[in-house]
Design a protein around this ligand. Structure first.
Ligand code: RAM
Length: 901
């Protein structure tokens, strides 16, 4: 096949492939260059927009723009029209002025644009009745007058909706319109329904579910947190061949009826009576009554921001177990999030039930105590008409095991499938190494993300919690952003965080916040814990570093400033944070008995994060060109660091808080002077050694522990921690058969007993933050904050004891970065590196003398454009342009002197 030398592909608009329903004033385009040459950089680009995919009618042409920018390119100076689809194509020039062909056309389609004022439809609802948990149906019928060229539905709901047009489900997304801070922001979605319409009569209907809006939410057994009436808002715009447009609106003419979904609740599960199923067209056995029009604001409606939740994969059960207690239980082989779909045949009126659990207990029995108030139960009553297929609608379960109740004697595993649902983020990386246990850990981290990125980053997906805990999100965001493209996911969530931020700048414990609407409120201590509230700063900064998203920084800048200002105002010392409630080093192993809060002094944690957040806000000010702010935050940071040292470092330079987490934070956030820093480095090594080369850290210390050890000359110790298999360690749970990451280091104890059921999730991603270390240190793929989004990439593989090889890749916005290393016999190393086109970078080869480095079989100095430098640490640093490189060299023994060039 002929491959052109320079080509353009991977076209994205606002991170997305052909998005429909954008309400962005200047949409941003991203593309990737493909070249068979090394050192390919873009010198110019041209973008053309057209109303057709064959580009015969250009509506906007950027002309040739001299720029190397190929991600988030704003279509500046051009204004999109509402409800219009634009096709775009791109071509580029490289440094040698070689021109690519035009890319294939991609498109983006605008939404309502002025969503506040654009809605003509009414909110409609079914009359509340005593069957409050049942899911009503709403429907309308209409005639099409002539041939249709295209049709769109614009829709949202209070609660959740599932649309059907002419008896076919509309769209492939679930849990729509997603979970936002409902009182302040509600997303609408756009569907292209051209192909679902039919000539003549049509029927359009929706199921409404309680969802997060009015179902159970939070651990206080509360419901109706955001409202008590589910409702639908919908517009269908039909474009006819003669150029006219007809609009069908949700209004008082719609009809409502009950449905076969008798109960559906995020935590509780679903009750479905198939005997009550009727066709959308049925008028004989279904009693359709008029809907109510509901007065509810439309001012808060915004276009869909996140990628949708979809069915991402299906799992086959691996076994049917009969437990000692006699239960029949399916084993899905994986702790997963979604639901089970099944086929069943039986008598009319017979009810079966599926219960869901994450684990079996010590004796092998079905265990649900850790679910607390979440029933996770599916009940299905058969209609008795041959094989019936069923899956739930507005609920999801976190489970590996499924207890089957009321099913026939013989069970066929083929009748059951686990449907995995989560926000449909692009998978962006791979990591394999010579240790099967570490590979399983990586797998578990990935599944932690799958299970907990269902529209909102949640702490856990199974018990009566499933909330957007801010602390957990900031701990895991960098790992998450290696594993998948989280740009749109966090863009949406951060807008909710900003919406829920207090007037004083405080940040709720979880976002969306449940406080505002509850009767009792969530108490005084419901917001602004150190390391939790700092998500306001850490999350946008991480998205900036990983995807180069300056717009998000600009959008969140005010919120970040308000957060650090909030801290500044606490207590009577503006440079320390020593008041208020904090989760501290949550679940640290050095906690007092009966406490969840680790031993690290809470004021220490709070002040350390204060300093860190201010240091990031200073960087953001610099990126945004806010010079005065930058100077202000630099000064503020100096003051905090000084106060921190006075308070927490002895005059002799010893950290006054003697925990692993304290040392990790002080080092990672660079809070110490040179003398104290060295003491802290040494002391951290000692603290880990004193704990028998084990960690004692909780949620706050753990994410930074191995990165800090690797950065401070304790890299081998980081590997030692990684490879521990006994409690407490990452691999302990792997050896216990975990398929996701646990909330506690000892969720299941050595003797098989369990951590207290009141808080024992087996799918909590916080400790999965070690994933970042695997990519950033072990494989060594690092971004450069000065050229974010991996426009400059640094590859610094760091082999260590216990691994013979690693193969890793990361699909950045620019294309695939690869880093693999292999330890061969006789101290030989092989390092394979790939840098995508329009990216430059460096590779640092550890423990090597420059003279021995070969690339592609040639000594380095004979390879055109490659120059290595020997650094002090017996590393060789080589500047690289794009391309694939194959380095081989002989490792220098630690003791061997290296000549520095
Ligand atoms: C637990 C949550 C979460 C944590 C908070 C403090 O209930 O599961 O992980 O952030 O507590």
């Amino acid at each position: 096949m002929f491959i052109p030398m320079l080509a353009i592909n991977h076209l994205r608009c606002e991170y997305k492939v052909n998005p429909i329903g954008l309400d962005v004033k200047s949409p941003r385009l991203s593309w990737q260059l493909q070249s068979d040459q090394r050192n390919c950089v873009q010198s110019a680009y041209q973008i053309q927009l057209s109303l057709t995919d064959c580009h015969e009618q250009t509506v906007w042409d950027s002309g040739k723009v001299i720029s190397d920018q190929s991600i988030h390119v704003e279509l500046a100076g051009w204004e999109p029209q509402a409800r219009t689809r634009y096709y775009y194509r791109i071509r580029v020039w490289d440094a040698a002025e070689e021109q690519s062909a035009w890319s294939a056309a991609a498109f983006f389609e605008m939404g309502l644009m002025d969503s506040k004022n654009a809605w003509q439809a009414d909110w409609i609802t079914s009359r509340p009745d005593e069957h409050d948990t049942a899911c009503p149906r709403l429907r309308t019928t209409f005639e099409l007058k002539q041939e249709v060229t295209c049709a769109r539905i614009y829709v949202t709901a209070l609660g959740l909706y599932e649309l059907h047009l002419n008896n076919k489900r509309v769209g492939q997304d679930y849990f729509t319109p997603g979970w936002t801070s409902y009182g302040k922001r509600l997303q609408y979605r756009v569907y292209d329904v051209t192909d679902l319409l039919q000539a003549g009569g049509n029927i359009l209907g929706a199921y409404l579910g309680d969802g997060w809006y009015k179902g159970h939410l939070g651990w206080k057994k509360e419901k109706r947190i955001f409202g008590d009436q589910a409702a639908l808002l919908l517009e269908l715009h039909v474009h006819y061949a003669d150029g006219t447009v007809e609009t069908l609106l949700s209004d008082g003419d719609w009809k409502t009826a009950s449905s076969a979904i008798c109960m559906s609740d995020i935590y509780m599960g679903e009750t479905y009576d198939a005997r009550l199923e009727t066709d959308w067209t049925d008028n004989t056995s279904t009693r359709w009554s008029p809907v109510d029009v509901l007065e509810y604001t439309k001012d808060i409606i915004v276009a869909q921001e996140n990628v949708p939740v979809t069915r991402v994969q299906e799992l086959e059960p691996i076994a049917l177990i009969t437990t000692p207690q006699g239960d029949r239980v399916l084993d899905m082989g994986q702790n997963m999030v979604g639901w089970v779909k099944f086929n069943i045949e039986g008598e009319q009126g017979h009810t079966v039930e599926l219960r869901h659990a994450e684990i079996l207990d010590h004796e092998g029995n079905f265990y649900t105590e850790n679910l607390r108030g979440a029933a996770q139960s599916i009940r299905y009553t058969l209609k008795g008409e041959g094989v019936e297929s069923y899956e739930p609608h507005f609920t999801f379960q976190g489970f590996r095991y499924v207890k089957l109740i009321g099913f026939a004697e013989s069970i066929n595993l083929d009748d059951f499938r686990g449907v995995v649902l989560h926000s449909d983020m692009e998978r962006t990386s791979d990591f394999q190494c010579s240790s099967p246990l570490v590979n399983q850990l990586h797998h578990n981290i990935l599944w932690g993300q799958k299970g907990n990125f269902l529209d909102v980053p949640t702490d856990c997906p199974q018990r009566d919690e499933r909330l957007g805990w801010t602390g957990d999100a900031q701990m895991f965001i960098r790992t998450a952003s290696y594993l998948m493209n989280t740009g749109p996911f966090f863009t949406k969530w951060l807008r909710d965080l900003q919406a829920d931020q207090g007037e004083d700048g405080g940040i709720p414990f979880f976002v969306p916040d449940l406080r505002s609407s509850t009767s009792e409120g969530w108490g005084d201590t419901s917001h602004s814990s150190a390391a939790w509230g700092d998500a306001a700063v850490i999350c946008p900064w991480t998205i900036y570093e990983m995807y180069g998203d300056v717009r998000l920084l600009a959008e969140q800048y005010d919120s970040m400033k308000r957060w650090v200002h909030y801290i500044h105002e606490q207590g009577n010392n503006p440079y320390l944070w020593n008041t208020g409630f904090h989760f501290g080093d949550w679940l640290g192993l050095d906690s007092k008995p009966d406490s969840y809060i680790g031993a690290t002094d809470k004021d220490f944690v709070a002040t350390a994060f204060y300093a860190y957040s201010v240091s990031l806000v200073r960087k953001v000010a610099a990126v945004l060109g806010q010079g005065e702010d930058e100077a202000y935050y630099a000064k503020l940071h100096d003051h905090i660091v000084t106060a921190f040292r006075e308070e927490f470092v002895t005059p002799a330079g010893k950290l006054a808080v003697p925990t692993q987490t304290a040392h990790v934070l002080a080092l990672h956030f660079e809070l110490l002077d040179a003398k104290a820093r060295q003491r802290a480095i040494d002391q951290l090594g000692k603290l880990v050694a004193d704990a028998g080369n084990h960690l004692t850290t909780g949620f706050v210390g753990t994410p930074y522990l191995n990165p800090v050890l690797s950065e401070t000359g304790h890299h081998d110790l980081a590997y030692t921690l990684l490879f521990q298999e006994d409690y407490p360690s990452w691999l302990y749970q792997v050896t216990k058969g975990a398929t996701t990451v646990w909330e506690h280091w000892d969720g299941i104890k050595e003797d098989g007993s369990l951590w207290s059921a009141d808080m024992n999730s087996f799918n909590h991603y916080a400790y999965g933050a070690i994933g970042e270390w695997l990519y950033r240190y072990v494989a060594g793929i690092r971004s450069d904050e000065k050229s974010p989004g991996f426009h400059v990439v640094h590859i610094e593989p760091q082999p260590g004891p216990g691994l013979d090889w690693v193969e890793a890749s990361l699909d950045t916005m620019y294309g695939r970065v690869g880093s693999s290393w292999y330890r061969r016999k006789n101290n030989e190393m092989e390092v394979h590196v790939t840098i995508p086109a329009n990216v430059t970078g460096t590779v640092v080869l550890p423990g090597v003398s420059l003279q021995t480095v070969m690339e592609g079989g040639l000594p380095l100095h004979k390879v055109p454009h490659l120059q290595g430098v020997q650094t002090k640490e017996s590393h060789v640093k080589i500047d690289l342009g794009s391309g694939s490189y194959h380095f081989t060299y002989k490792c220098v023994e630690e003791s061997e002197p290296v000549t520095i060039k």
